[in-house]
Design a protein around this ligand. Sequence first.
Ligand code: MRU
Length: 344
Amino acid sequence: MQPVQWEDGVLVLLDQTLLPSRIEYCRCRNYLQVAEAIKTMKVRGAPAIGVSAAYGIVLAAFSYQGEDKAEFMRTLEKARAVLAETRPTAVNLFWALERMKGVWEENSASAISEIKNILADEAKAILDEDLQANKRMGSFGNELIPKGASILTHCNAGALATAGFGTALGVIRTAHEAGKDIRVFADETRPLLQGARLTAWELLEDGIPVTLIADNMAGSIFRQGKIDLVIVGADRIAANGDVANKIGTYSVAVLAHYHHVPFYVAAPLSTFDLSLSTGQEIPIEERDAEEMRRWGEYQLAPQNVPVYNPAFDVTPADLVTAFITEKGIIRPPLKAGIKSLFEL
Ligand code: MRU
């Protein structure tokens, strides 16, 4: 399952707004189409957004047909600025754009045609590295999963949210492949139902036992002793270990803490933002009120009801049992562990 693919100069995205009813691909031929696909969540999930944005830069580079280096650089910079305006919370977006910018700046003395190819190679490296990081997280995380475990996850941190395989679902996939006889409870994840539409679909496709629950059922299921551990992904992790992830993650973390159940966060290094000392500084995206009031043609709430629709929340570090990264497991004290990750 590859949500983001580069095919002959076109960025091909599996349109996640249509899943699970329809499998359709959105073909982006310029960076504006990529920005639109990120904004409208045709592609979503922190690492997948980063990979797509990198390819947005590649599309901007190849669309430039002139010979003027300064004008070429301005074209790239404009594309970077537009792509950076799409979604504010997932740091992987900014991380990937900065990495692409670093590459065009470092190679500014090269010919334009050469810079275009170097940018294409860099985007491919970002995609390949994400896939590899997910596989590594899968094997590190697998060590934390007991045989027969019943696992709760929130939103979709799967193959669909990454270059493939997934972060939280990558760990779940690895444990399943190891024959651990695990089962998953998937929170449906209102308002956009990433758990119901995407996680449930992805796990069923792979034959991994999954039970869908509405978000408000999680507490009762914890109380019945049916959850052995929680694994979620992340959109941005501050230097102290505070985690921004899909709205509702904090409630799950509080439930896990109350019920003495481990709460694991699986995320690649590209999701850590050491420039922010705590989660309070993480910008939280607020999305359109219509996402709460309507579902397609169905009116779910009075059209004139005021709505609050933050897309993410912040789970404080002290509710996190451990981080699962491609460089290993980080346990408390998380701040020191995170710092050492970047010193290796
Ligand atoms: O709004 P979304 O669907 O982009 O939010 C996605 C999440 O919150 C994921 O849990 C997170 O990006 C991690 S994906 C590996």
